[in-house]
Each structure stands twice: as structure tokens, then as C-alpha cells.
Design a protein around this ligand. Structure first.
Ligand SMILES: [Fe+2]
Ligand SMILES: [Fe+2]
Length: 164
């Protein structure tokens, strides 16, 4: 692959999730809470770091993509572990989607490291992640949050959202 071939689109070709067109906002809000606090806390952190991706510069692009990589490795490993240790039935496609995103992160990081990609690719990647996340959360994480709450509390989550 040469520099011209590398785009965020090639790096994210495998991670298209059903997208909620009305919700590509870059702001975290209580509307995103799924009712399982350990997961909600990590999702809020995801929004903070992805915002740094979309506002990065050539000076800090590599540091920010490395920070994001560290976040998603922990984020996805935790969810994968919850699914495996509790035998969550529909876990395979969720685990596969995590793996596809991680692969894209590695590709973007490698392209920045080698000078094939500059900050605009990282910013585009961040924008793509903001578009991807609501679908992933709605279709996959929300089911896991409900399952985990049932495992630990014996019932479905009750989500208390502040109205602002
Ligand atoms: Fe998640
Ligand atoms: Fe997930």
C-alpha cells in the first residue's frame, strides 16, 4: 500500500454497523446510558478520547491514536470477557465487530507511524467512529448491558437519565 491508497475508508471497510443517521453527535449525554455502570463509564471515556481524535493535529496525531488504541483494547477486552465468562449467547458477532475495529485502529496507527497518513486521516477516522458507535451500542452493547445487569442484579436495568 502506498500513501495515496491509505484512507480511513480502507481502514474501516470492515466495521460498518447499522448507523443511526440522526445520532452522529460528538457529545456524550445521558441518552447514551445503557444502565450497566461499568460499561457506561467506559463509553463516556470513549467519547472523550474520540473527540481528541477528531481535533488532533499533525503534532499529536500519533500520541492520540496510541491513547485511543490503549482505550479500545481495554474497552473491548472487558466486554469480550463479560460475554465469555457469562456465556452470553449472541457473543460471536459482537466479539468479531470489536476485532474489526481494533484491526482498523492498528492500520491507522501504523500508517501514521510510517508517515503514510497525516492528522486528517486520524480526524476522519474519529468522525467515522462517532458514526459507528451509536449502532454498535444500540444493537450489541445494549443487549450485553441488559444481560450483565440481569446476571448481577437479577433484573433488567433501570436507566435514570437527567433531563436538561
Ligand atoms: Fe462498548
Ligand atoms: Fe461492544
Amino acid at each position: 500500500m502506498n500513501a495515496k491508497d491509505f484512507t480511513y475508508a480502507s481502514a474501516t471497510a470492515d466495521i460498518e454497523a447499522p448507523m443511526r443517521q440522526s445520532d452522529t453527535s460528538m457529545a456524550w449525554s445521558d441518552a447514551r446510558l445503557l444502565g450497566f455502570t461499568p460499561m457506561d463509564d467506559v463509553h463516556e471515556e470513549f467519547y472523550e478520547i474520540v473527540l481528541r481524535l477528531v481535533t488532533c493535529t499533525d503534532t499529536n496525531a500519533l500520541a492520540v491514536i496510541e491513547e485511543f488504541e490503549q482505550h479500545v483494547v481495554g474497552h473491548f477486552e472487558q466486554e469480550d470477557e463479560w460475554m465469555r465468562t457469562t456465556n452470553f449467547p449472541p457473543r460471536d458477532c459482537h466479539i468479531e465487530e470489536h476485532a474489526a475495529v481494533l484491526k482498523s485502529v492498528c492500520e491507522v496507527k501504523a500508517a501514521v507511524e510510517s508517515g503514510q497518513a497525516s492528522a486528517d486521516v486520524v480526524r476522519d477516522f474519529g468522525t467515522h467512529l462517532f458514526g459507528w458507535f451509536p449502532g454498535h451500542a444500540d444493537y450489541l452493547d445494549s443487549a450485553l448491558a441488559a444481560w450483565m445487569t440481569k446476571q448481577t442484579m437479577g433484573g433488567k436495568p433501570v436507566v435514570l437519565r437527567r433531563t436538561i
